[in-house]
Design a protein. Structure first.
Length: 202
């Protein structure tokens, strides 16, 4: 049992073991660690993600297993929160990861970084050190980073990303060119996750 192992370890070794457990068990991470912010709630703004909703673990496992993922979302299904939690899990629990959070404008991308900060701020004390700034999160102990970037292929080419998460991808400009810029990342072992609201039918 994990509890028995922890009793025998120093504080530093306990922290290392707990982080390894969560790095290797994404379901445990989402169940125990992921908090969302509901600005419309009248009673409780910060809430645990409802991981017992069947589609949420299903979506998480798709993120974990596939290099190309397209999510058609509707309002209030928490798709963006699920993706931001995944970005934090990748960069905050694994070494040498560079994750891009892409949205239409830099301010939009930074708003998504702020969602990651909400989740990070509610992690237990054993969480890794993270430095947040505009459109950036650094994990100095791990050599991992999260970047908020605006739309367009040149932004994707600016670094060798491990994963690109593009929010409201269907409403960004230069989609074909961005897809072309992402393809070498995926071909090299990276990942592309596109999340978008379906366009309205005319």
């Amino acid at each position: 049992m994990l509890e028995d192992q922890l009793k025998k370890l120093s504080t530093d070794d306990k922290v290392k073991l707990i982080r390894e457990v969560y790095a290797n068990d994404i379901d445990k991470y989402y169940r125990n660690c992921v908090i969302t912010l509901d600005e419309h709630s009248k009673d409780q703004a910060f809430k645990k993600i409802p991981y017992d909703w069947p589609y949420i673990p299903e979506l998480v496992h798709l993120f974990q297993k596939h290099s190309w993922v397209l999510v058609w979302k509707s309002r209030q299904i928490l798709a963006t929160w699920i993706a931001m939690a995944y970005a934090l899990w990748l960069a905050g629990f694994h070494e040498g990861k560079k994750v891009a959070i892409q949205s239409k404008k830099s301010d939009d991308a930074d708003a998504l970084i702020q969602r990651i900060k909400v989740i990070y701020d509610h992690l237990p004390a054993w969480k890794p050190k993270a430095d947040f700034s505009y459109c950036r999160v650094k994990f100095p102990e791990l050599g991992s980073d999260i970047y908020g970037i605006p739309q367009g292929p040149d932004q994707v080419r600016s670094y060798t990303f491990s994963c690109v998460i593009s929010d409201e991808y269907g409403f960004q400009e230069q989609l074909k060119e961005t897809f072309g810029a992402v393809k070498p990342i995926v071909d090299g072992g990276g990942q592309f996750i596109a999340i978008t609201t379906p366009p309205r039918q005319k």
